[in-house]
Design a protein around this ligand. Structure first.
Ligand SMILES: [Zn+2]
Length: 254
């Protein structure tokens, strides 16, 4: 099984003037609630273009972009119709000419505030840093990664769980937040050695081709993580890098 790319929804493709509407519905959890609302919308020939929902605190919260191009009723009429449905406590509809999400701020992931930054901009930011500072930028990036690792390790460990759990969580977080797919090699705990591969890594991809490895921040990050993991000072060396034409980035930890 591979992974499927995901478009994170902050903007829907605009449709004809005023025909794209964003809707936000809150209702009490009950069986079939989501389906009931979906049917009520579909019955009026309104297309649910995209959206996301969340169930928690005994509530269903559903945000969706609706295309009214062929609709039999107006957004106001749909708002009234949904507000009269069972267990619905709140309905709001807002036209969104440019197609941007107009309901949500700030953004959060795992309970922490996050920002979305496109990888190309991240790349230009780091490239400019390297242009201005030259090779001095590398230890700075390395140290930023290291500090991040120490912070993350503390945060994850404080939530309980074994060292293996923390590694697993970091691996999943790295992938789920779009940075890359981490594969841990065999871990030799006695000698404090392992190796780590990162596939589809966003850092070299956004920095572009180079004649030497470029992933200084993640090298620092892995150094921090595995120093905590092995409980002693280790170092990470990037022995393969996508920026130099390798298929994946690879780090030797020892
Ligand atoms: Zn690399």
């Amino acid at each position: 099984m591979g992974y499927y790319p995901r478009e994170v929804l902050i903007r829907e493709e605009p449709v004809d003037e005023g025909k794209l509407v964003e809707a936000f519905v809150i209702r009490k959890i009950g069986s079939g609630g989501l389906a009931e609302i979906a049917v009520a919308i579909a019955d009026e020939d309104i297309i649910i273009k995209s959206g996301f929902h969340r169930v928690g605190d005994n509530k269903l919260k559903w945000t969706m972009f609706l295309d009214f191009s062929k609709a039999k009723i107006t957004p106001e009429e749909l708002e009234r119709k949904i507000s009269q449905m069972r267990d619905v406590s709140q309905v709001e509809m807002k036209p969104t000419t440019l197609g941007f999400d107009v309901f949500h701020f700030p953004l959060k992931a795992l309970g922490y505030r996050i920002i979305m930054w496109n990888a190309q901009n991240f790349g230009s930011y780091v490239k400019r840093l390297i242009e201005v500072l030259g090779d001095v930028a590398f230890p700075i990036l390395y140290n930023l990664g290291r500090a991040e690792a120490e912070y993350m390790w503390k945060r994850m460990s404080s939530e309980g769980g074994s060292k293996e759990d923390v590694l697993k969580i970091l691996q999943e977080t790295y992938r789920a937040s779009g940075w890359g797919i981490i594969e841990f090699g065999e871990i030799n705990y006695k000698e404090g050695r392992t190796n780590v591969k990162i596939r589809q890594h966003v850092v070299p991809e956004s920095l572009g081709k180079s004649n030497r490895p470029v992933c200084h921040d993640i090298r620092g990050y892995l150094t921090g993580i595995f120093s905590e993991y092995f409980g002693r000072k280790i170092s990470a060396t990037e022995v393969k890098c996508m920026a130099t034409g390798d298929e994946y980035c690879e780090f030797e930890i020892r």
